[in-house]
Design a binder for this molecule. Sequence first.
Ligand SMILES: Cc1cc2nc3c(=O)[nH]c(=O)nc-3n(C[C@H](O)[C@H](O)[C@H](O)COP(=O)(O)OP(=O)(O)OC[C@H]3O[C@@H](n4cnc5c(N)ncnc54)[C@H](O)[C@@H]3O)c2cc1C
Length: 256
Amino acid sequence: MARSDLVRILQAAVPDTVRITRRRIEDVRPLRDEADLLLGADGTHSLVRRSGWPGAAARSHGVTVLRGTADIDPPEVAETWGGGWLVGITPLAGATRTGTAPAGTNWFACLPEHRTPSVAEDLAHLRDVVGGRRAPIETLLDAIRPETTLVHGIHTVPAIAPVRQNVALLGDAAHAMAPNLGHGANTALEDADALAAALRERSSIPAALRDYALRRAAVDQAWRLGSAVMLQMAMMQSRAGLRDRALRRIASLGPL
Ligand SMILES: Cc1cc2nc3c(=O)[nH]c(=O)nc-3n(C[C@H](O)[C@H](O)[C@H](O)COP(=O)(O)OP(=O)(O)OC[C@H]3O[C@@H](n4cnc5c(N)ncnc54)[C@H](O)[C@@H]3O)c2cc1C
């Protein structure tokens, strides 16, 4: 699903009784002191978390992600793991081929940390690392453009309890994870659902927050750890051959 569609659906579901104010929050203390409950759903570098959970700053995985869209039909739908890099190619969500117009491709790549002053140079570095390996990746490399490419790092939040006094964290604020299991937004939605249910079902906010932490903390941390393991497996450099042989052996066993 395209992120913009998801955001539109969620925004349309907000009841009219909710008062929405759009501004950047620089200090959460006045909000926390005035409110019965403060929810920090403010992402990986959450100000709410930094205000109430000292030492829980997001940490870098030491990799650079390049991702974007390309104006071609997907040359394949696959994720290729090399020795210290990965490249993923998927169809652009919701796009279909019309006449001769291509359907559009969504792509992502992960490399050991390497940033340059410009996206064009970042793409040149990507071509140096992953070029000449597989025909579908070559087709993709020919089609990708700086203006439709994003470059960023991957950060993870250390293991923390998602509740302190009258403050609860959810989504990336509570457990930002590597993207390699494709589960960050899913866990954010599940957190919101669990928190809403706990607030409906429990008679007090402290009881609801205890319930929320019990329902979500272990599950969220399991996804966070699993995602980190998957990132490390995908980005293995010196033991990539061993990894590939082990995966081929598992695949040869057939469906379990
Ligand atoms: C490369 C990549 C691929 C991914 N692929 C997938 C995938 O396939 N499937 C999946 O489920 N997840 C995926 N994710 C993860 C997913 O994007 C996140 O887990 C999800 O966006 C988290 O939602 P969130 O609402 O917790 O945080 P965010 O989406 O980061 O939203 C936080 C919001 O808080 C606002 N905010 C922050 N600070 C302040 C402030 N001080 N004042 C006011 N507002 C503030 C921000 O502007 C933002 O709107 C991927 C992530 C990456 C990086």
